[in-house]
Design a protein around this ligand. Sequence first.
Ligand SMILES: [Zn+2]
Length: 237
Amino acid sequence: MSSHATVAEEEYLQTIFWLHEAGLPMTGANVARAMQLSAPTVHEMVGRLERDGYITRAADKSISFTEEGLSQAEAVVRRHRLIERFLTDVLGIAWDDVHEEAERLEHAMSPVLEARMLAAIGDAKTCPHGHPIEPGTRIEGVPLGDVEEGAKITVLRFENEAEDLLHLFKHEGLEPGREGTVATADGEFVTVDFGADSTATLTRSVAETVSVLADPSPPPRTALPEQLVLGKERYGR
Ligand SMILES: [Zn+2]
C-alpha cells in the first residue's frame, strides 16, 4: 500500500468522506453524481482506492473506509476547510472565491504550515461555507428546499461548493449563520426574508443544496438530492 494518496485519490476520498459525513449511501453511483463524473471513470478510481487500501467494497457495492482511508480522508478534508477559512479570515479573500484555491493548496501542505494556519484562524470552527473543520462535529440540518412557508431558519452550510453556486449565494445575501424566515416556497422558487429589506430568492433545486436549521422543521433527508449535482446551465434563474 502506498503511504500517501495521490492528488486524484485525495479528491475522491474527500467526496466519499462528504457522503459519509452527510449520512448518505457511500456508493460509486453517488460518488459519480457528486463529482459529476461518468460511472466508468469513477469505477476505475474506486478500484484503485481499494487496491491502495483506502476503502473496501461490500457485495452490494457499498463503500467503507479502511482505518487508513478514513484518516487520510479526514486529513485532506480538514486541510481544505482550514485553508478556506485562512484565505477568508486572514488574507481577506471573498468566501465565494476560496474553494478552488483550497482545492489546489490542500494537497501540498506540510503539518507545520497546517498548525500555523490553525493558530491563525483563532476560534473559527467551520469553513466559510459552514462545513466543520474538525471531522465529526457536523450539525445536522435539512434542505432549505424542504422547509415550509413561515418557518424560521438559520443557514448552516452550502453542501455544493461549486464556485458559481457560491457566487449566487453571496449575491443573494445567503451566508452560514444568517437567520431569516421562509417567505414563500412554491414549486419553482424559495424566498427567504432576512428582515431589513433583505431577501434571497433561489430556485427550488438550488435551495435543496443549502442545509438549514428550521422551526418548524421537515424530517431529515436520507437520499442524495439529484440537485446536488446540477450542472451550471441548470441552476440559472
Ligand atoms: Zn468550504
